[in-house]
Design a protein around this ligand. Structure first.
Ligand code: GLN
Length: 478
């Protein structure tokens, strides 16, 4: 394997043995970026000089015989809705095009303490609204497996950067599937942790009751290592849960004997591409051969997932985006005579079409006359969806499903039809509504050589079970 293709845990070994230097790794990463970025467009900002300087000081440390932490010196790309102090955080929008973060997100502080090297900020759908990264103000990211196709979204830049070897690790954020679906489309590993496991402090909020930051990596081991670094209680995020973080690498046991895995019948519907179904069924067979207990289950309220999500998520988004008013942050329109005009023009000129759609939908479902009919009902449906999972997890340890009904679609194919785009998330959004963790791991290819993604879900704080099954399956699918 070439250096550029190696996962972090293997690079770490080479660094410790002094068979490679950190400067070589970072230079190699920027060489790949030079070669591929014009076509892939995974990044919004790049920090070449800073990262080379940091690599040099880590090399000094290694030379002096100091020990390094497991991910020290490893390049990482950061989704551009996570604040790094002194750097731009654009959320791929015009309204925040020149916004500079005045502080570090908690995950960034943790990455810094662990010596990871920031390569740059990755492209995304504006404010994380989307499933294809086509909603970026800076133009779309292209899928490295087929440049005419989308990388998924909204963390499409992060997933594409890892898949193209333009970084070794990346962070994404997942409100309804935005880590897992692009990971699936790009053939990499993406994890949405349990709600409350990772601090959201310094993540620009989309829907605060659904958002989680999580790792995007080349394999399951790297994903566990990165979660080790970013997880943990944070007093700065009132929804972060005060619970000790285990060492997730201890869960990486290639053994599934006796583990009960549920297959929800509602997820194997007629609209799913035959190639996706075939690959997922192949993986289920491998687990059966490894003596996992596979059992059909039912999540009866699955059909309400999309409708519920687009009520709850847009309601919260419309409230969260109210702060971008042309006064406090970012873009301010120059053509206004009154204060009201300033608000209106700044927002009209600063937000893209999808953001406006979400603000309008969200404001509508929260408005006095419609609150009970939509928002309240949405919250009730959310509880029913959560209870489906509670009941299922009384019987099984984990749930296995496809990530998306299709593989990566063509750029332009769904962007004019928002409803069709929203349906891409049908298998991922329920985990956010229920607050449970979920992973996407690569599970073979379609005939067109496009990656297929498999999802494993577990009860809240069940990441270890997820890692165990994912690791076992990864060994078998190799
Ligand atoms: N695609 C979903 C949406 O557009 C999910 C986005 C996300 O997880 N950030 O809302």
């Amino acid at each position: 394997m070439k250096i550029r293709e190696l996962p972090a845990h293997q690079i770490h070994k080479l660094l410790v043995k002094k068979e490679i230097s950190c400067q070589e790794i970072v230079s190699e990463t920027f060489k790949v970026i030079d070669e591929k970025e014009k076509e892939v467009h995974a990044y919004i900002s790049l920090y070449q000089e800073k990262s080379l300087r940091q690599a040099k000081s880590i090399d000094e440390k290694i030379k002096n015989g100091e020990t390094i932490l497991p991910l020290e010196g490893i390049p990482i790309g950061i989704k551009d809705n996570i604040c790094i102090c002194g750097e731009k955080t654009t959320c791929a929008s015009k309204i925040l095009e020149n916004f500079i973060s005045p502080y570090d997100a908690t995950v960034i502080r943790r990455l810094k303490e662990n010596g990871l090297i920031f390569i740059g900020k990755t492209n995304m759908d504006e404010f994380a609204f989307g499933s294809s990264t086509e909603n970026s103000y800076f133009g779309p990211t292209h899928n490295p497996w087929d440049l005419e196709r989308v990388p998924g979204g909204s963390s499409g830049g992060s997933a594409a950067a890892v898949a193209a070897n333009e970084t070794i690790l990346a962070l994404g954020s997942d409100t309804g599937g935005s880590i897992r679906q692009p990971a699936a489309f790009c053939g990499v590993v993406g994890l949405k942790p349990t709600y409350g496991r990772v601090s959201r402090f310094g993540l620009v909020a989309f829907a605060s009751s659904l958002d989680q930051i999580g790792p995007i990596a080349k394999d399951v081991t790297d994903s566990a290592l990165l979660l080790n670094v970013i997880a943990g209680y944070d007093p700065l995020d009132s929804t972060s849960v005060n619970k000790p973080t285990p060492d997730f690498t201890h869960a990486l046991i290639p053994e599934v004997k006796g583990i009960k895995i549920g297959i929800p019948k509602e997820y194997f519907i007629s609209g799913i591409e035959p190639e996706v179904g075939k690959n997922i069924k192949g993986a289920i067979k491998l687990l059966e051969e490894a003596k996992a207990d596979i059992e059909e289950i039912s999540l009866p309220h699955t059909e309400y997932g999309i409708a519920t999500y687009y009520i709850v998520a847009t309601a919260e988004a419309s409230a969260n985006l109210a702060r971008f008013d042309g006064i406090r942050y970012g873009y301010r329109s120059k053509n206004s005579k009154t204060l009201t005009e300033l608000y209106e023009n700044s927002r009209a000129e600063g937000f893209g079409a999808e953001s406006k759609r979400r603000i309008m939908l969200g404001t509508y479902v929260l408005s006095a006359g419609y609150y009970d009919a939509y928002y309240l009902k949405g919250q009730r449906a959310r509880t029913l969806i959560k209870e489906d999972f509670d009941r299922a997890f009384e019987k099984v340890d984990a749930i296995l499903t496809p990530i998306s009904p299709s593989t990566a679609f063509k750029i332009g194919e769904r962007i004019k039809d928002p409803l069709k785009m929203y349906l891409s998330d049908i298998f991922t959004i329920s985990a956010n509504l229920a607050g449970i963790p979920g992973i996407s791991i690569p599970c073979g290819f379609s005939q067109q050589k496009l990656p297929v993604g498999l999802q494993i879900l577990a009860p809240v704080f069940g990441e270890e079970k997820i890692f165990q099954i994912a690791f076992a399956l990864e060994q078998k699918l190799k």
